[in-house]
Design a protein around this ligand. Structure first.
Ligand code: ASP
Length: 437
């Protein structure tokens, strides 16, 4: 039988109304067999995520501070969910055990994982599905990495006997039984692993937006949704700031050819975005999306006859390496190279880096340009099409935006444009306008 794996994020399960929507969605399609929930998320902008509260409780105990008030917020949420959903599970008892474990110094991973654990217990009863603990399926090595072989073997053995199950996201256990979590947002990864393990026809990822939009809606008014995006395009877009989905969650399903469908729990009728290996139809001349980030610094280095000086780039990059600084791009000319570096990497290291480059590379000049923003215009269709870059640049020119840097990756899937931080929003709007239709 063909099955779907459906992961529901924290906002999809933040209160009883959202639980009802999830139930309607799950039961409307018999193929939705394996359900992976996150912990309850925020009910409003000023609300708390249960996972954040759990981390805080653990931190308080570590510092020998009282955490009763914090824990009360967790209790209230689960107790009200249980009573509003008319569930029979003894939530008070589960919470009592959890509180005791936190007091007794349970590990950070264990404490954080209980948000998903309790939520999955409730959802399983509410849907009438079996609860299968992720600790039985997702196996970590002792040093905290996923043990793929053991994980897929465990999934095959355990889930082949279970037709419909709810499996908590975000965590698993190492061979010695210790609970381990993925990084934050990691329920996406659990969903992807389960999808691969059961050979799902699709991995549905339900959240509070209808997939990816062509541009950030806080910058562009009502941007168009992206119907299909390839894994490679997604990598470029999310690296530049478009975040809906945990990046690492792509890997388990990508090689299996299992499509990911990002869907909106509040608007289930909308198709959402499909993430695929290859698009069914790549429209030439179109782009898939625009993303970008502010706050980069460019270090521009000039040296006559740099092109003939063997090892010059290596010497420059060695300075970055010895200062533990990663760079994003390195556009170059005959006698010049520029290092584009995220400000969060540089911290207070700029002066030291400049000094060392002066000493070890003896440049003719070295100039620092701070406050730069990068914008990536992404689309596989641009490879075969004339005029895409012309449209990007003329749209910026029309809106009087000065381009400080241009870079195109060798995959030819994106054009990166550097502008001043203050031009960032207008540049995104200008490019979006040029490709809107
Ligand atoms: N609850 C976890 C977090 O907030 C994992 C997840 O939601 O995916 O990071």
């Amino acid at each position: 039988m063909q099955v779907k794996v459906s992961k529901f994020g924290g906002s999809s399960l933040c209160d009883s109304g959202q639980f009802q929507k999830v139930k309607d969605i799950v039961l409307s399609d018999d193929m939705r067999c394996y359900i992976v929930p996150s912990a309850p998320g925020k009910r409003s902008k000023s609300d708390y995520k249960i996972t954040d509260l759990l981390y805080l409780c653990h931190e308080h105990v570590e510092k020998s501070l009282p955490f009763d008030e914090l824990f009360k917020l967790i209790e209230e949420r689960y107790i009200s969910l249980c009573s509003e959903l008319k569930l029979s599970i003894n939530m008070l008892e589960y919470l009592k055990i959890l509180k005791k474990k936190i007091i007794d110094g349970a590990s950070e991973d264990y404490v954080a994982s209980r948000g998903e654990y309790l939520n999955a217990l409730m959802l399983a009863e509410y849907l009438g599905y079996e609860f299968v603990d992720a600790a039985e399926l997702i196996v970590f090595t002792k040093d905290g990495r996923l043990d793929e072989k053991a994980t897929y073997a465990a999934i095959e053995i355990r889930l082949s006997k279970v037709k419909k199950a709810v499996i908590p996201g975000f965590y698993g256990a190492s061979g010695d039984g210790k609970i381990r979590t993925f990084s934050r947002g990691g329920s996406d990864i659990t969903g992807a692993i389960i999808a691969k393990g059961v050979g799902a026809v699709v991995y549905e990822n339900w959240t509070d937006v209808s997939g990816f939009l062509m541009a950030d809606p806080s910058i562009v008014n009502n941007p168009k949704p992206i119907k299909e995006v390839t894994y490679k395009e997604l990598r470029e877009l999310s690296y530049m700031g478009a975040h809906v989905f945990h990046e690492e969650a792509v890997f388990p399903v990508k090689n299996e050819g299992i499509p990911i469908n990002i869907k909106n729990t509040n608007k289930p009728e909308e198709k959402g975005t499909f993430i695929l290996n290859d698009k069914i139809e790549v429209k030439s001349g179109n782009i898939t999306g625009i993303a970008g980030k502010k706050d980069f610094t460019v270090i521009a280095i000039e040296k006559t006859l740099m092109d003939k000086d063997i090892g010059y780039c290596r010497r420059v990059l060695t300075v970055l390496e010895s200062n533990c600084v990663a760079f994003e791009h390195m556009p170059s000319g005959i006698d010049s190279i520029s290092l584009v570096i995220d400000d969060s990497e540089l911290e207070n290291k700029t002066d030291k880096i400049l000094e060392e480059i002066e000493k070890q590379c003896n440049p003719d000049s070295i100039i620092v340009h701070p406050n730069m923003a990068l914008i990536a215009v992404v689309g596989e269709g641009m490879i075969k099409t004339r005029g895409v870059s012309a449209r990007v640049f003329s749209s910026l020119e029309k809106d009087n935006i000065n381009i400080r840097m241009i870079n195109q990756g060798s995959s030819e899937m994106s054009i990166i444009v550097g502008v001043e931080n203050e031009d960032f929003e207008s540049a995104i709007r200008a490019v979006y306008k040029a490709f809107e239709n």
